[in-house]
Write a protein that binds this ligand. Structure first.
Ligand code: PHE
Length: 344
């Protein structure tokens, strides 16, 4: 029995020594395997119990178990020491705080958002309010209230995505004319920017989802000259101070008279030289406009003998193509950071 005690204390001492010298977890684990592992020294000692007289065996087992427990706690202590060692090493590592860092990638405002914001800002400075409306609209707001009855051929012109027989994705922002006038008594001065949808095949000049900005001014004594002045100012704000604006007679059921609005090509300045932006015509189409039709005013309860107004609707992507001299409208929706960064 005292032989066993001697062997055990020798073994414990050697294990404690090995564990204390372990420089890392790998060395510590090696010590554990050598002493406490399945075929380690302690196991060999346990086997030797079989040679003791039967009466001594239970006590021998207890003595070994107690020793193993002490060795386990030595192991825990040394594990903690090594973990702390690694932590201290990490803490004392020298860091050069003057070393140049990697430039963080910053986002930029999307060019379409910028054009939209600038167009709205121009009108806001002139006292217009910005109003937003739903992209899913009943046909009443899209058509009926805008003087386009169910059988009117103009409905065909707005190739719309219908959700039900009467609900559709708005093909223009003009429904906001009706919504605004139904909610407020005249005078009215608003711009309504937002997404629109048409069943157009996607190409260099068309997207099926695009943005428009609608403008509406209704008060006593408003005439076409006010519209011309306001849109000329807008074009000069967006494209440069020498821009001119041209109105071509056109037709919209909700305006009378109606006009398409063109502005001088900011690239060739209508010089007559070959130009890939305007095709040499010298003019860029911006959208539709006109004097609000009396039927539209009547529909919202305004007296057309007292109030007159103008309205326009421009495509934001078209403005963007012209402003940034871009050859393909699809670039705006490709989400190519390198392209977007160039316009930031
Ligand atoms: N809503 C028309 C379109 O999208 C544009 C327009 C707006 C025309 C307002 C006249 C007045 O084509």
């Amino acid at each position: 029995m005292s032989d066993l005690a001697n062997s055990l204390s020798d073994l414990e001492r050697r294990f404690a020594g090995a564990a204390a010298h372990a420089a890392d977890t790998r060395e510590l684990d090696a010590a554990r395997v050598a002493f406490l592992g399945r075929s380690g020294e302690v196991t060999l000692l346990r086997r030797s119990i079989g040679q003791l007289p039967a009466s001594e065996r239970p006590d021998a087992g207890k003595v070994i178990n107690a020793a193993v427990e002490r060795m386990e706690s030595v192991f825990e202590r040394e594990s903690a020491r090594i973990a702390n060692l690694a932590f201290e090493a990490e803490l004392s590592r020298e860091i050069d705080v003057t070393f140049p860092s990697i430039e963080p990638a910053a986002g930029t405002i999307h060019p379409i958002r910028r054009v939209l914001r600038d167009a709205c800002a121009y009108f806001e400075r002139r006292g217009f309010a910005v109003v937003l409306g739903p992209e899913v609209e009943p046909d009443y707001y899209n058509f009926d209230a805008l003087n386009i009855p169910p059988t009117h051929p103009a409905r065909e012109g707005f190739d719309s995505f219908f959700i039900t027989d009467t609900l559709l994705l708005r093909p223009h922002t003009s429904p906001m004319q009706i919504r605004t006038m139904q909610q407020h008594a005249p005078p009215i001065a608003v711009v309504a920017p937002g997404r629109c949808y048409r069943r157009d095949a996607v190409d260099a000049r068309h997207l099926f989802q695009f943005n428009q900005v609608e403008g509406l001014l209704v008060a006593e004594g408003i005439h076409f000259g006010h519209l011309k002045g306001m849109l000329t100012g807008l074009c000069r704000e967006l494209f440069g101070s020498d821009q001119r604006v041209r109105f071509r007679p056109s037709f919209f059921p909700f305006t009378e008279p109606s006009a398409e609005v063109d502005t001088t090509c900011p690239k060739c300045k209508a010089s007559g030289e070959p130009c890939n932006m305007c095709g040499g015509s010298g003019w860029i189409e911006l959208g539709g406009s006109g004097m609000v039709h009396p039927n539209v005013l009547r529909e919202v309860g305004y007296d057309p003998d007292v109030y007159t107004g103008w309205a326009f609707g421009f495509g934001i992507e078209r403005l963007g193509l012209t402003r940034y001299d871009i050859d393909d409208i699809r670039r705006f929706v490709d989400s190519d950071p390198d392209f977007l960064k160039q316009l930031a």
